[in-house]
Write a protein that binds this ligand. Structure first.
Ligand code: F6R
Length: 237
């Protein structure tokens, strides 16, 4: 695992955006795994800026998002589809049909999950996966205790995650109780991974992820077993 220490959130965001832009321009075709949440917001801002200032072609870029709330569609402001449109997709010239996010309104969620893994396979797998980390060490919505060997699946969110995400809703009660998420196996299949973490709140999870035991109690610890992981962080560990 390579750890890149930066001074602050701005530098973390800029560095990651430059790295992704470099990968996009040097690839003939690329599949990106993308996160939502507070952490990557400024990274998307810089990435869109770099793409537009340099007229970078996006027709060969495919994106698969990590997760989506069950019960929300793209018209809901807290849905991850809405987040991605406003934070990134609407700002750049990526074809709509190249962007994929699990459908939280699917009538058969188990089928939606299996179809999502099949889609990733058909795309040829994820070349570069960007992710954040939760304070309890979750990655995507894989909460502590999630088996390491799962593909995309439906998960019940913990109270901890509901509270952390309530800031995007009017109240805690509005946060959906379930989500569709890529599994840890899906994420580990990515060819390379960049994890972003900013702030003291992430310190404990980061430390355990890097130095601790590989355990399902801290889902992110599985990344110790991946051969190409870079962590960009302003958190001193
Ligand atoms: C979001 C996701 C989550 C977040 C994590 C950190 O797609 O997969 O695992 O990365 O909850 O969230 P923030 O960045 O809001 O601290």
């Amino acid at each position: 695992m390579e750890i890149i220490n930066v001074h602050d959130y701005d530098e973390m965001s800029r560095k990651c955006a430059q790295f992704i832009a470099g990968k996009i321009t040097s690839s003939e075709r690329i599949v990106l795994g993308l996160p939502t949440g507070g952490t990557p917001l400024k990274m998307y801002h810089y990435l869109a800026q770099i793409i537009n200032e340099n007229n970078i072609d996006m027709s060969h870029v495919y994106t698969v998002n990590l997760d989506e709330y069950v019960g929300l569609d793209g018209s809901h402001e807290a849905s991850y589809r809405h987040y991605m449109q406003t934070a990134f997709f609407d700002k750049v010239n990526i074809p709509d049909e190249n962007t994929f996010i699990p459908n939280g309104k699917a009538s058969d969620l188990e089928k939606e999950a299996a179809d999502y893994d099949r889609l990733i396979e058909e795309l040829g797998g994820i070349d570069l996966m960007i992710m954040g980390i939760g304070r309890n060490g979750h990655i995507a919505f894989n909460e502590p205790g999630t088996p390491f060997d799962q593909g995309t699946h439906v998960i019940q969110l913990t109270q901890n995650t509901i509270e952390a995400n309530a800031r995007f809703f009017e109240s805690d009660d509005e946060v959906p109780g379930y989500a569709l998420t890529m599994g840890l196996q899906t994420m580990m299949n990515a060819k390379s991974i960049v994890l972003l973490a900013s702030g003291e709140k992430k310190k404990d999870a980061l430390f355990r992820m890097i130095e601790g035991e590989v355990t399902e109690d801290l889902p992110a610890s599985i990344l110790q077993k991946h051969s190409d992981v870079t962590v960009i962080t302003d958190t001193e560990i």
